[in-house]
Design a protein around this ligand. Structure first.
Ligand code: SF4
Ligand code: SF4
Length: 216
């Protein structure tokens, strides 16, 4: 590499993301990490107990876990990471994301209209509070649509957009190109544990990327 590296951290991250979009998802889907791990174990797998302990803190402490998958961004055809996440994610149907008390669930305008069409505006409003700052209706929590007896959402087919995306959260500021999941969700925690070995592919791609930069 020359004396001066012309790349900013955000550019390197972007390059990494491009490499990820084009290769790492396919590599993870094919299980290449197992082959790589046989050659050289990854720190996240070597320190599995420590990693598991950190992930399990999500039971009590709210935080997001970064996953070794590229997040969708504004570019066309960049949803590979999200797609692989949903292929592999398996909801445990515990209902914790629905019946846990909290600040409430923001309804997009289209959510409000869609649900109101089914149950009526008056009924829906009685289940919400209006937030003047956000100019939006907030569904009270625990969610009134969750049936503890049947253990399911009573409006599943028309549930709010936020619910369709859960447990995915917007990517973390410090890792803007990785997917983030809510550590509160037990299935998300399990996913994070199961995919610890995937980080070795990220590391491998980073090594390739650095080589490319050094060749400049
Ligand atoms: S908390 Fe997670 S596992 Fe439980 S119902 Fe919600 S998405 Fe499924
Ligand atoms: S609308 Fe349905 S999926 Fe969303 S929080 Fe309520 S019960 Fe859960």
């Amino acid at each position: 590499m020359g004396d001066k590296c012309d790349f900013s951290l955000s550019q390197i991250r972007r390059l990494c993301h491009q490499l990820c979009s084009s290769s790492c998802v396919q590599e993870k889907r094919r299980g290449l990490h197992e082959q790589l791990l046989r050659q050289r174990p990854h720190w996240s797998v070597q320190k599995k107990d420590e990693q598991f302990h950190k992930i399990d803190l999500g039971v009590k402490v709210p935080f997001d876990i970064s996953l070794p998958l590229p997040a969708r961004d504004e570019r066309e055809d960049s949803g590979h990471g999200v797609k692989l996440f949903w292929e592999r994610f398996s909801c445990q149907h515990c209902g914790r994301c629905c019946y846990t008390p909290g600040a409430g669930l923001l309804l997009e305008d289209e959510d409000f209209e869609r649900i109101a069409e089914h149950i009526g505006k008056k009924t829906l409003k009685s289940m919400c509070r209006y937030d003047k700052g956000l100019h939006a209706w907030i569904l009270k929590q625990p969610c009134p649509f969750y049936s503890p007896d049947e253990k399911k959402c009573q409006i599943y087919a028309i549930r709010p957009l936020t619910c369709t995306k859960y447990p995915l959260h917007p990517p973390l500021k410090e890792m803007p190109y990785n997917l983030a999941v809510d550590a509160f969700c037990p299935a998300a925690r399990q996913f994070a544990k199961d995919s610890l070995g995937w980080w070795i592919i990220c590391e491998n791609n980073w090594a390739k990327l650095l080589c490319k930069i050094e060749e400049r």
